[in-house]
Design a protein around this ligand. Structure first.
Ligand code: AMP
Length: 110
């Protein structure tokens, strides 16, 4: 099991922001911005290449609920998903980085 599957299974703790039957959002352990939250499907999907349009539509709705919960929907935020080796993906479980809480420079990784 990868780290995010363990979090979904309750075997590893997380600082939860929002959860429903299909998705979970929690604070990144090494934040790259004042607010850095990860939104993931509970189902194990490796990356954006593998997600179906139906699940992606539900994922989008969930992300919008998360940014409302975080209070950053109107102030703005950055949404990133890394894919594979060249994309810098470390955890092989689809996740969207939600970064905000301050004006962000590009790229966000120094
Ligand atoms: P990526 O490079 O796109 O795969 O991003 C993986 C992210 O997961 C990184 O930003 C890590 O800081 C974060 N991360 C790794 N382990 C944990 C954990 N146990 N809880 C929360 N975030 C984590």
């Amino acid at each position: 099991m990868n780290i995010f599957e363990k979090i979904v299974a309750g075997e590893l703790p997380c600082k939860k922001v929002l959860e429903n039957s299909k998705f979970l959002a929690f604070h990144d352990i090494a934040p790259k911005a004042p607010i850095h939250v990860l939104a993931i499907p509970k189902q194990c999907i490796k990356d954006f290449n593998a997600v179906t349009p139906d699940l992606m539509a539900e994922m989008s709705d969930f992300i919008l609920e998360v940014v409302e919960e975080l209070g950053i929907k109107d102030s703005g935020y950055r949404l990133i998903t890394n894919i594979g080796k060249d994309g810098g993906q470390e955890v092989p479980h689809l996740h969207f980085h939600i970064l905000g809480g301050a004006p962000l420079h590009w790229p966000y990784l120094a």
